[in-house]
Design a protein around this ligand. Structure first.
Ligand code: ITT
Length: 198
């Protein structure tokens, strides 16, 4: 199999971009949509896989490069899997995650008095590789955990300050980035596609 030597990382989310860069081998040439001045396409799919595919195909076609894209989100059991594929949209036009996190706590509290005991959640990530010739390959990763009683930690991005992974006591926001990246949904998705790089 021909190993990939250069790639566009099809995301306009800086937190994700950073983490995907760190997962990829250092000797691969990495491009961002920003460098080409391309904004993200509308995510019209109903699944992580479909939306990751939409993004990967879009950026690959625009640049004629192989694209690796990521569609991800947090799914909360008590909220029947919400916000799920709408995780980004819950933060509004300005990507305000204080707002999105407030919305989560408000919904959980409204649904159950003892929401703190019904706090199971998971992060899901689907990565899609798309080649300019139309070939594609997908891999998904999930990490189970729970919603913290309150927001904690300044590391990471998005919902990291409220997610405690199974087997740990601290939130992703409190964890050292290296540790988060060695156990999270993104690294598990990457594991399934890494044969194209390593
Ligand atoms: P692109 O579409 O350009 O990649 P986006 O932010 O819109 O950027 P998604 O549609 O995949 O990306 O939305 C994923 C959302 O889930 C996003 O708002 C993230 O903040 C959140 N999320 C995903 N992975 C996360 C992680 O590891 N830690 C914290 N939040 C995460």
């Amino acid at each position: 199999m021909k190993k990939i030597k250069k790639i566009i990382i099809g995301t306009n989310n800086e937190g994700k971009y950073r983490e995907i860069c760190d997962l990829l081998p250092s000797n691969i040439k990495k491009y961002s949509p920003k460098q080409f001045g391309i904004s993200s396409p509308e995510e019209t799919g109903k699944s992580f896989k479909k939306n990751a595919f939409i993004k990967a195909a879009y950026f690959s076609k625009k640049t004629n490069l192989i694209c690796l894209s990521d569609d991800s989100g947090i799914a909360i059991d008590l909220l029947k899997g919400e916000p799920g594929i709408y995780s980004s949209r819950w933060s509004g036009e300005k990507n305000n995650f204080n707002l999105a996190i407030k919305k989560i706590y408000k919904k959980m509290k409204n649904l159950k008095k003892d929401w703190k005991k019904n706090n199971a959640a998971k992060f899901i990530c689907c990565m899609v590789l798309f080649w300019p010739n139309g070939k594609s390959y997908a891999g998904q990763g999930i990490i189970k955990g729970k919603i913290s009683n309150k927001k904690k930690g300044k590391n990471g991005f998005g919902y990291d300050p409220i997610f405690i992974p199974e087997g740990y006591k601290e939130t992703f926001g409190e964890m050292k980035p290296k540790l988060k990246m060695s156990i999270d949904h993104r690294s598990k998705a990457f594991f399934k596609i890494k044969k194209y790089f390593l």
